[in-house]
Design a protein around this ligand. Structure first.
Ligand code: IDP
Length: 166
C-alpha cells in the first residue's frame, strides 16, 4: 500500500556527526553546524570532549584490525594535535543519515567533491575534519555509545508554534 513520504518514523531519524580534532583546532565547528542547520535538520544533542582510546576503539569497532588504525587513533586521541578535543553532534530529520553522508563527502578528501565538507575543508585522509554515521544501525549504535538518553532533547521549533496572536 501507499504510505505518505514524511511519516513520523522518518522525521525522527537521527545521526551522529563528529567534528574531529583538526576541525576543532581550525575553528570550523561553527561553519559545520551552520551547514546542517541551514539544510533544515534539528540539533538534538551536542557535547565537547576528549576521546579516550577505549571509546574510540568501541566507536570504530569495525576498523580496529585495519593497518591504518594506529594512525587513526593517533589522529583522534593524541599525536601532533596535542589536545584532541572533538565535538559530538546529533542531528534529527528526514533521511538525515543519508543526507549527512552526502554533505560530508568521500572518506578521502582528494576524492570528495567541492561543496562537501571534506571537499571544501580538507585534503588528507588523516585530517578529514568530520565523522558521519554511515547507516541507520550505525547511527543508533554510535549515539548510544556517546550520549545518555537525557542528553538528547526533544524540542519543538518555535516557527511551528507561532500563531497570529502577538
Ligand atoms: P568514514 O569516516 O568516511 O565513514 P571509515 O572507513 O569509517 O570512513 O574510516 C574512518 C576514518 O578512518 C576515516 O574518516 C579516516 O580518517 C580514517 N581512514 C579510513 N581509511 C583510511 C586509510 O586507508 N588510511 C588512513 N586513514 C583512513
Amino acid at each position: 500500500g501507499h504510505r505518505a513520504a514524511g511519516s513520523k518514523s522518518d522525521v525522527r531519524e537521527r545521526t551522529l556527526i563528529a567534528v574531529k580534532p583538526d576541525g576543532v583546532q581550525r575553528r570550523l565547528v561553527g561553519q559545520i553546524i551552520q551547514r546542517f542547520e541551514q539544510r533544515g535538520f534539528k540539533l538534538v544533542g551536542l557535547k565537547m570532549l576528549q576521546v579516550s582510546d577505549d571509546l574510540l576503539s568501541q566507536h570504530y569497532c569495525e576498523l580496529r584490525t585495519k593497518p591504518f588504525y594506529p594512525r587513526l587513533q593517533e589522529y583522534m586521541t593524541s599525536g601532533p594535535l596535542l589536545s584532541c578535543v572533538e565535538y559530538l553532534i546529533v542531528w534529527e530529520g528526514h533521511k538525515v543519515v543519508q543526507a549527512s553522508r552526502t554533505m560530508v563527502g568521500h572518506t578521502n578528501p582528494l576524492e570528495a567533491q567541492a561543496g562537501t565538507i571534506r571537499g571544501d575543508f580538507s585534503f588528507h585522509i588523516s585530517r578529514n575534519v568530520v565523522h558521519a554515521s554511515d547507516s541507520l544501525e550505525g547511527a543508533q549504535r554510535e549515539i548510544q555509545l556517546w550520549f545518555q538518553k537525557k542528553e538528547l532533547l526533544n524540542w519543538d521549533c518555535f516557527d511551528q508554534t507561532l500563531t497570529c496572536e502577538v
